[in-house]
Design a protein around this ligand. Structure first.
Ligand SMILES: [Zn+2]
Length: 146
C-alpha cells in the first residue's frame, strides 16, 4: 500500500525552489524497468494515454517504489535540468542492468552521469527513499579511491 505524503501528485512542494518554471504533470503508470520517468516539455505532443506534454510529464510507478515522493523529487530535478542544466548524459539504465549486477549497475549509473547524480542528491534532500542511504554508501565507497 502506497502512502504518499503528497497524494495529489502535484509538485508545488518542489516548485518553490524554482517557481518560474512550468509545472509538469505527475501521473501514475506502470513502467517496465524503472520507478520513474521524465518526459521533457513538447508543445502539441501527447502521450499514448492522452496526457499533454506541453509542460513536461513525470511518470511514477507506485508498484516499484514505496516512497513516491522520492521518485517525484528525482524526476522533477530532471525537469529543472531541462531548463537550467546540461542535457542528460551517461549510460542508459537498460544497458547497465543487462550487463551488471544490480549493485554494480547502480554505481555505474550515478558515477558516470553528472545529471543522474544531481537528481539523486536532490532526491535524498527532498524525498528520501528507503534504499537511498545504501545506494549513497555504494557510490561513496566506489569513488573514495579516486
Ligand atoms: Zn534520473
Amino acid at each position: 500500500m502506497i502512502v504518499a505524503k503528497y497524494p495529489s501528485l502535484e509538485t508545488k512542494w518542489l516548485h518553490k525552489h524554482a517557481p518560474w518554471m512550468p509545472q509538469p504533470k505527475v501521473v501514475f503508470s506502470r513502467l517496465k524497468d524503472a520507478s520513474g520517468l521524465y518526459y521533457r516539455p513538447e508543445r502539441g505532443v501527447f502521450l499514448s494515454n492522452g496526457i499533454d506534454r506541453s509542460n513536461g510529464v513525470i511518470v511514477v510507478d507506485p508498484d516499484k517504489h514505496i516512497i513516491v515522493d522520492a521518485v517525484i523529487a528525482h524526476e522533477w530535478r530532471h525537469h529543472y535540468q531541462h531548463f537550467h542544466g546540461p542535457y542528460k548524459k551517461g549510460p542508459s539504465w537498460y544497458d547497465l542492468s543487462d550487463k551488471y549486477s544490480y549493485k554494480e549497475a547502480i554505481i555505474k549509473y550515478f558515477v558516470q552521469s553528472p545529471t543522474e547524480m544531481d537528481s539523486f542528491i536532490f532526491q535524498i534532500k527532498h524525498g528520501k527513499d528507503k534504499d537511498d542511504e545504501m545506494w549513497l554508501e555504494w557510490i561513496v565507497k566506489e569513488t573514495e579511491g579516486e
